[in-house]
Design a protein around this ligand. Structure first.
Ligand code: ZN
Ligand code: ZN
Length: 343
């Protein structure tokens, strides 16, 4: 089959590879769309150690079931499906308690890291265990399905807060995940959603997606503005989608006493935390990683239009042009959000 193979660091080639083998509990999917994830772009130069060549990357995908393994029930050829990017084992304590994102035996499709190599979906076919599959509504566009992973990350983070209707929430960082968090907060009934970023174009998008207020941290005192919007108290919750000292500080500064700050971004592995402010105001700092069963809810929110991903798709392009798109994303071409490849 045709596949986009990472044959060496920063070298992608369209080539022929053997079709994936079909395990008893797995499903072979003819890939219709697969998104290029930031982790693919960051990893394909070898810097993260999680894309060791040779590898077919790609874990944000959707397509049509071609064949099913002998032990698979409830899925048939012709079904339109997507799948969780995390291949969880389904058997460890975390999986059994529903926290599949923390699975002890977690693997990710399209990743090779020394411990395992699992080919992904920048190819005609990909195989995935049936337990991580989700069916897509008939009219759901495959290109949009490539963003379900990102939506599920946002929905999971919001559910960890979680907001009550009528509350005021702050979102620090209006990149892809931040913009989806803005929409998820509105869907949960937050009255005021305040977006903070340093890029006016992103802030404009945040407003288009339902942010009631947007502040550029370069030119405005966002924390003071949030206090003014909340009668001096501060926001009820904040979600941080960058992961640097300044942005985490901004999230902590914006919330009221006793509030929750959910940390999603982790650009820097270490940051300085305004400890005294967190301790004396009893702020709950909550980490959030990937998602744990939020795929059906994410699909529903997208199908109903409550979360709109179309404006986040910069390009839908044939698999052949993958090398060029990886290069453009790697060089951080301004304005590019999600690029979706279609095998
Ligand atoms: Zn991803
Ligand atoms: Zn597990």
């Amino acid at each position: 089959m045709k596949a986009l193979l990472l044959s060496a660091e920063k070298t992608l080639e369209l080539t022929d590879v053997p079709e994936p083998e079909l395990a008893q509990d797995a499903v072979l999917i003819r890939v219709a769309a697969c998104g290029i994830c930031g982790s693919d772009v960051h990893g394909y130069d070898g810097s993260t150690g999680r894309r060791i060549p040779p590898l077919v990357m790609g874990h944000e995908a959707a397509g049509v079931v071609e064949r099913v393994g002998s032990a698979v029930d409830g899925v048939s050829p012709g079904d339109r499906v997507t799948f969780d990017s995390t291949v969880y084992c389904g058997e460890c304590d975390y999986c059994r308690s529903g926290r599949v994102n923390l699975c002890d035996n977690r693997q990710v499709l399209g990743v090779s890291c020394g411990e395992y190599r699992r080919h992904g979906a920048f190819a005609e076919y990909v195989s995935a265990p049936a337990r991580i599959l989700y069916k897509l509504p008939e009219s759901f566009p495959f290109e949009h399905a490539a963003l379900i992973e990102a939506v599920s990350v946002a929905v999971h983070a919001v559910e960890l807060a979680p907001p009550q209707p009528g509350q005021t929430a702050v979102v620090v960082g209006a990149g892809m995940i931040g913009l989806l968090i803005v929409q998820a907060l509105r869907a949960e009934g937050c009255d005021q959603v305040v977006a903070i970023d340093v890029d006016d174009d992103r802030l404009k998008l945040a407003k288009r997606f339902g942010a009631t207020h947007a502040f550029n941290a370069k030119t405005a005192d966002a924390a003071a503005a949030v206090r003014e919007l909340t009668g001096g108290a501060g926001a009820d919750l904040a979600l941080e989608a960058v992961g640097m000292t300044e942005t985490v500080r901004s999230a902590v500064d914006c919330v009221r006493k006793g509030a929750t700050v959910v940390l999603v971004g982790n650009l820097s592995p270490d940051i300085e935390l305004p400890l005294q402010s967190v301790v004396t105001r009893e702020i709950r700092v909550q980490g959030s990683c990937a998602s744990a069963g939020e795929y059906p809810k994410s699909i529903e929110l997208m199908a109903s239009g409550a979360i709109d991903v179309a404006p986040l798709i910069s390009a839908v392009s044939p698999l052949e042009r993958g090398p060029e798109w990886f290069d453009r994303l790697y060089r951080r071409e301004p304005g590019l959000m999600k690029v979706v490849l279609t095998p």
